[in-house]
Design a protein around this ligand. Structure first.
Ligand code: NAP
Length: 544
């Protein structure tokens, strides 16, 4: 029998029944994986994408819960690499919903003929590095094996869904699901008594939507969030025309801001203007759509300190104004964490839900959930009878999706063990001892596509460099990795995102080490850093 490794790789098709071979393997056919496939194919590599889902789209494939939608402006979220695509695709709403977002990613997959290199329903169980041959070998759960020189984990920041380990869940007689695994056929909630556990960005979207149809809704809230009106709406033809004519400016604006959104901070401090002027700016921005309320606000609103607390007070009052029962209102007003230290949900009628007679808010910080019973949820002071329980309880972010794959590098070391105290990488992209593995799911944060595209471009250029210079492998030096890990800890300690217990620092998962899981630096700083590293012949990396 022929050795599959001696065969010339073709245009992405499996060459043997035994072990398929490619130049690169990508895990995940979401936003990042699709674009990474497109780029590597452009460079002439044979590529195969393995995708757990039955369709492409990643986050926008799995998160089909009612109410799921962008809270970035739709036209800032699409791919920028194809002018034709930009002109062909009409975003229908300013903040587009999941069905349209999934359609968009399918449209991209078809337009660029990506599907022929994507294997769906293929969950990668293991990825093992063979150091003699300098090859990664993956195996899917159904036993399919494939090898490649380069392995890219485009598995998403927030894809390993987390269901708390409540005693008794198996005994529950009704139906339950996690929002990130919403059934494709949907869930009929009409006429049902539904319980939702979790009030993060997902819970807020879901609760608002399903409160319209369920007979009774019980919301189990542990931490109240600072939510702000999304102010979504349809895009009229004239606005559509203007958007299409101004994509270069839109993307340029995004590229200049810290989180790759199209909003630029006001360089003034909230404290240097009069109280009247400050309030007028808060009010003006509050009336605007999306994240503008804080990302176009005085710059120090998003820095720990007095301005941040001043704005938090403003938002708390906005919440109070919308709820009729003052006792319920106080439960919904966040007081235990700084504004912006957790991800800020945008909403479309969320608070008014609590004015409905069929909605009950249960504070599970006061009376924690003790167990799930056959009939519903039992807290420290009551049992709530339910037909359906929905877990909007979030994700084991960044490292969780990597840990669910048995990734083994040099000397058989596992990535899971290496990341046990938090990610140890160079720029979030690579980890020493795992050559040619690009963990790009840990390197981008902010307005996702805007952050992901330049990252994928960098990885593609890097792979090209390795091949063109006849190197066979690239991995960070232990020194560069140690310095970066220290930088993440030190710079991270000063930013808002590390100040609360949230997925940003792994604090939402019991037993997970507390560490910032993404870069503490702004998108422009990260791009400049990566560009400098590349310009210096991949400084900080070992090329062999
Ligand atoms: P999340 O922000 O981690 O929220 C999880 C919720 O579940 C929190 O309210 C949490 O309470 C609660 N929870 C977890 N374990 C619990 C337990 N044992 N008992 C009671 N409550 C528990 O997750 P998410 O809402 O899915 O959002 C994750 C991220 O996805 C967001 O931060 C955002 O980045 C992204 N997202 C984006 C969009 C969008 O772009 N439109 C929409 C949705 C989500 P505590 O706060 O007390 O931990």
């Amino acid at each position: 029998m022929e050795n599959p490794l001696q065969q010339t790789p073709g245009a992405g098709t499996a060459l043997t029944e035994e072990v398929a071979q490619f130049d690169a393997i990508i895990i995940g056919a979401g936003i990042t994986g699709l674009y990474q496939l497109y780029r590597l194919r452009q460079l002439g590599l044979s590529v195969r994408v393995y995708e757990d889902g039955a369709g492409v789209g990643g986050t926008w494939y799995w998160n089909r819960y009612p109410g799921a939608r962008f809270d970035s402006e739709s036209y800032t979220y699409g791919y920028s690499f194809s002018e034709e695509l930009l002109q062909e695709w009409d975003w229908k709403e300013h903040f587009s919903g999941q069905p349209e977002n999934e359609r968009y990613l399918n449209y991209v997959a078809d337009k660029f003929d990506l599907r022929r290199d994507i294997r769906l329903n293929a969950r990668v169980a293991s990825a093992v590095y063979d150091e003699r041959e300098n090859i990664w070998q993956i195996q899917t759960e159904d036993g399919h094996r494939a090898r490649a020189q380069f392995l890219i984990t485009a598995v998403g920041l927030l894809s390993a869904h987390y269901v708390p380990d409540f005693a008794g869940l198996d005994s529950f007689k009704g139906a339950w699901c996690h929002t990130g695994r919403w059934p494709k056929e949907g869930m009929d909630l009409r006429g049902k008594r539904v319980g939702v556990i979790g009030t993060g960005a997902t819970g807020v979207q879901l609760i608002t939507e399903i409160a319209k149809e369920v007979v009774h809704l019980t919301v189990f809230q542990r931490t109240a969030n600072y939510c702000a009106p999304l102010r979504n709406g349809p895009i009229d033809p004239e606005t559509q025309r203007r958007i299409k004519a101004s994509y270069p400016e839109i993307f340029k604006k995004c590229s200049e801001t810290p989180g790759s959104f199209m909003h630029q901070f006001d360089p003034r401090s909230a404290l240097e203007v009069s109280p009247e002027e400050r309030l007028a700016q808060y009010e003006r921005l509050w009336a605007e759509p999306g994240f503008k309320k804080w990302l176009a606000n005085f710059h120090d609103v998003m820095i720990p300190g007095e301005a941040n607390e001043d704005y938090a007070k403003f938002v708390r009052n906005k919440i109070r104004e919308r709820i009729k029962d003052p006792v319920v209102a106080e439960k919904l007003v966040p007081k235990d964490h700084m504004f912006g230290s957790k991800r800020l949900p945008c909403e479309s009628g969320y608070y008014e839900v609590y004015n409905q007679d069929n909605v009950l808010l249960v504070d599970v910080r006061e009376a924690p959930i003790e167990r799930i019973t056959p009939k519903g949820v039992k807290t420290a002071d009551a049992e709530y009878e339910l037909d359906v329980i929905i877990f909007a309880t979030g994700y084991d972010a960044v490292t969780g999706s990597l840990n669910r794959i048995d990734i083994r590098g040099e000397g058989g070391q596992t990535l899971k063990a290496k990341f046990a105290q938090g990610p140890r990488t160079y720029m979030g992209i690579q980890s020493a001892g795992f050559p040619n593995l690009f963990t790009i799911n840990s390197a981008s944060v902010g307005n996702f596509v805007r952050a992901a595209e330049p990252l994928v471009d960098w990885v593609s250029d890097c792979i090209c460099y390795v091949r063109n210079h006849q190197f066979s492998r690239i991995s960070p030096t232990p020194q560069a990795e140690a310095a970066w890990t220290q930088h993440v800890a030190e710079a991270g300690a000063k930013i808002l995102r590390t100040q609360a217990d949230s997925w940003f620092v792994g604090a939402n998962i019991p037993g997970k080490a507390r560490a910032l899981l993404t870069s503490p630096d702004s998108a422009p700083v990260m791009r400049a850093k990566r560009a400098e590293v590349a310009a210096k012949g991949y400084e900080g990396f070992l090329l062999q």
